[in-house]
Design a protein around this ligand. Structure first.
Ligand SMILES: [Ca+2]
Ligand SMILES: [Ca+2]
Length: 196
């Protein structure tokens, strides 16, 4: 008997109180800019930046599918500026019988982007269903080739310090609005890191 292939999807995103509002929408648009106060989280190809849990952004997703509850899904940056090691960031597990899973683990990757975007795949009668977490992702792997090396150092050096150089948010690893010795220290901590 054909079961009605009707998807009923509920997203529940739990974030730390300091994260502010969480976006959730059924279109494929990205926010043009994030509201002030969003978290800046450093990611590294080696995966030794803070985990989502440490960043206060454990995500619980409830995915109720009449046909089949177990679904994989993956993530990316809103503007395509993030490259993950080993493919897109994934949830901790497939959804179980209750349709729930969480995403809490480390993020191994490089690049710069605003918002983590959750792409649910294999949706039926849905061209696009995304959910957004307002994190700004920065990485010492500035050019997103999954290695922290001299190319990244040259990019960082070109924008250091700010002020007086023009502000480049890709280089502001602690998100304090300036590019200074603290950001350089964070860069140095991940020097020569690559995907493991
Ligand atoms: Ca690089
Ligand atoms: Ca800074």
């Amino acid at each position: 008997m054909m079961r009605t292939r009707l998807l009923f999807i509920i997203f529940t995103l739990w974030c730390g109180v300091t994260l502010g509002a969480v976006g959730s929408r059924t279109d494929c648009g990205c926010l043009q800019s994030l509201p002030p106060g969003n978290h800046v989280v450093l990611i590294c190809p080696q995966g030794d930046g803070p985990t989502l849990a440490e960043a206060g952004a454990i995500i619980t997703l409830t995915y109720q599918d009449i046909v089949k509850p177990e679904r994989p899904f993956s993530t990316g940056g809103c503007n395509g500026g993030i490259v993950w090691c080993g493919g897109p960031l994934r949830a901790d597990s497939f959804t179980g019988d209750n349709g729930q899973t969480t995403v809490s683990g480390p993020m191994a990757g490089g690049g710069y982007d605003t918002e983590i975007v959750w792409y649910l795949v294999h949706l039926v009668n849905q061209d696009c269903m995304m959910s957004y977490v307002p994190l700004v992702l920065v990485s010492p792997d500035i050019n997103a080739d999954l290695a922290v090396d001299l190319v990244d150092f040259s990019i960082f050096a070109a924008g250091f310090p700010s002020p007086s150089k023009p502000y480049d948010p890709r280089l502001d690893f602690d998100g304090d609005g300036s590019v200074d010795i603290v950001d350089f220290s964070l860069f140095a901590q991940h020097w020569l890191h690559r995907c493991s």
